[in-house]
Design a protein around this ligand. Sequence first.
Ligand SMILES: Cc1cc2nc3c(=O)[nH]c(=O)nc-3n(C[C@H](O)[C@H](O)[C@H](O)COP(=O)(O)O)c2cc1C
Length: 186
Amino acid sequence: MDAMTLLHERSSMGKLTGPAPSPEQMEAIYRAALRAPDHKELRPWRFIEFSGEGLERLGELFAEAEYREDPSIEDAALDAARKKPLRAPMIVAVVAKVTPDVEKVPKIEQVISAGCAAHGILLAAHALGLGAMWRSGKYAFDPTVRKGLGLEGEDELIAFIYLGQLAGRHKPIAEHRLSDFVERWT
Ligand SMILES: Cc1cc2nc3c(=O)[nH]c(=O)nc-3n(C[C@H](O)[C@H](O)[C@H](O)COP(=O)(O)O)c2cc1C
């Protein structure tokens, strides 16, 4: 796939199945992530990869988050939380590892850089013929999950990227009128 086709046609896939991406594929994917633009080379990225029992441990963390929020929660709801990560054979959590008070690189720039890294993961996965979907949801902002994943200070959990083999068809790509988004000063 040539680069412009990839940029024009990348699309998300929520229906994913095994096997998980291979170690070689993941290396190529992380190398793409590490090409994110990065002001002052802070490398404000951390990737936590979950597969196998790791996905179950993440599910336990989600269930714990639910329980802490509402100790009277029903077992069925706890179970639903536990099962959320099992929708894919692999998840990569992308953390913006924020260094506070860096001159000329405020937090927002570091978070944007991590967002670019996440996009790099999506693009590389698509280029490799894998399915990928960026999810956040309430767990990305939950204090129990943040603590369980070792986030500190101003770090932000910006993505849970679900990865695997395609188990459905890509939805048609939305057509946009460029004039709705682009202004030109000439
Ligand atoms: C920061 C961020 C968080 C997202 N969180 C979710 C989510 O929790 N659940 C979801 O269904 N889609 C979420 N999405 C959107 C999907 O990843 C996807 O981009 C969207 O469904 C459009 O599909 P496309 O990427 O094929 O255009 C999120 C996107 C971004 C950028």
